[in-house]
Design a protein. Sequence first.
Length: 607
Amino acid sequence: MKKAVPPPSLAALREHIDSLPFDVLLRRIHSSSQRNPARSLEAHFIGVRFGPAHGKRQGQAEPSRTCGETLPPASPGTAESAVAASSLHLRELLSERLLQDVRQPRARLQLNLDDISLILANAVRHKFSFQLTRATLQLFTDALNGAKGKDAASQQIEALSRVMEACCGELGDCALLTWDDLASLVAMVEQRWSLFTQSSSLCCLLIQFFTTIIAVELSAEAPTQGLFKADPMLLKNRCLQLVRDATDVLAGALDAGAPLAWSFAELQGMCVAVQRLSRYETARGSSRVSSSGRVRFWKRAAVPVSAEIADSAPPAHKQVSRLVTTQVLSHSRLASDVQAMTLEQVAGVFSSVSSACGAEAILRFAVPAQNVLRRAVAADAASMRQVICIAEASLHVEGASLLFVEAVCSIRRFVFVLTSGAAWDLLSSVCALLESAPLSLRAAVAECLGALQSSLERSQRLPPPAAPEFASFRVAAVVLGALLVQRGVPTTPRMEDILHGVVEAGPLLRDGGERGASVLARCCFALAFGRPPANAGRRARALRLAVAEAAQLLSGGAGGLSPQLTAAERSMLRNSFKQFREITARARAGRPPEARRTEDQQPAPAS
């Protein structure tokens, strides 16, 4: 096991960044990965992997092998040298350095269109400063419009595509671009429309870029100086028109017999585009933007302009969905390509395809995905999460029950991952998944529930009430217990002891969070309708505690519990109260009068 290396000091990191030549700095930033911690921006410059860690390496700093050099750790001295560099510090220093390069006189540093597009794309991707993004965007606009020569067209498309790809991935929570900036980018793309529509891959990028703008919600910005400013609604309407135009180009290419030949990354991006379009068009109340005529997305600051909406055009998301379905059905090597994917890739693509394609395309993808699941080793929480993702997607697809059963079998094979003490949230997710399964799959569900119960009662890592993970554990235990009773799977004495213990540990609403009312209803149901336990007295105490907590919450004011519960959960709670009263009546019948008078003084549960 390697010894952890502390991050370098802020002063050492600043000196290191300032000493790098511009091309080396830019190449190192651009080669950074946001998915692979070993190649993250922090690993390249600080030597610390800030990505998700696993096992014994979690929370440890590791030396970067990409940099090829070791910076001195933080040490006492000046205020700056005593501060260890963090991810935020790194982005601030890189923003300062790149901003200096962007503002350099052209006589000292010749930045071409490729360099500027790399700076702008990485400023968006890595969340650099607003000042850097604004300055680089202005320089990028000038360089794009000033490109000359026989290769000018290809250079412009490559530079714009790079920036568009960065926007597709990072506009969700981006505070670096304003609506004016996005409108400028849309105008740049539209001016070069004929160049983009020459390739199916570029048309795919167009659709993803425009749907990203359609889906984004930027924070309200201060009034801009000048006569014109971008109107978000008009800009989104124009982007929707452009999506239709790009879709028509792709449909025309298909009619002419030209294959789309998308990669799986492009296919997944198009599926995301379908989801974004569907949400946007649904939110607009099924109103559509007419494909005829142009819409201005710039308006005078003092004159509000409303968008003219027409209902004649068909839903754009259905048009794009048909394209994606056609691409999946026409993929000649789909089975072999899918089976060569990792489990994470299969989960991502299948969940996207299942939400965007027709049933025939989904089922064609489901067959090789089933083979991947059959040989997958889901022996860690990350892999188990991907299996659950596939199962959730297949559950809502007609005809994909075999894939769901295969996912459940994979969960059952590696059930120890869910009860090892580090993934109680995944156990709750699996229970929710099994609860949603149709009755036709009850045999597979019952087998999986039995495996979950057996693994939980054998687990040596059940947390004590004082442990920080006890809250998520008790939620998982209660949800599993209720589902066992609901599906008629006999509970074991050990499982009953676990349920009694989590109720006796404290109020369920304290640890349930937003799901507190739901967990409480399920707990009452599991205790009230479970088989007669060996320790009837302990079951009675636990049930009394749970019912009293539910009754107190119900009487808190105006049925505040009901809106938080589904119809099934409300039915569980009503039946639990009824069963509790019957159990109490039977118990009172065999008790002396003094005990009965004591119980009469306790509040009865609400119905």
